[in-house]
Design a protein. Sequence first.
Length: 100
Amino acid sequence: MKNKAKRIFNKRIFWDVDFDKIDYDAKANFVIERVFERGDVDDIRNCRRYYGDEKISEALLHAKFLPETRMYLASTVINRPLKDFRYYTLRQLNPGLFPY
């Protein structure tokens, strides 16, 4: 097992949890989703280095929520079409109110 540094992400991403107690391996999906939802370019690069593209792809494709702009970013980063994302499909099935 590689020796991985504990503080590889910006603390502002995890404002609502105890940052020092985050287990990056046990809560990988949570961390990946949060980094892609709230992180900047450096955070996303660190995430890719830490987890690898395969783990990131798996987590993002099965995420229950990603903001629309971040879904486009994730699609580009992992090189997968939007229709492959769980959240995109759920969003299509539950459209919002008609804007009039």
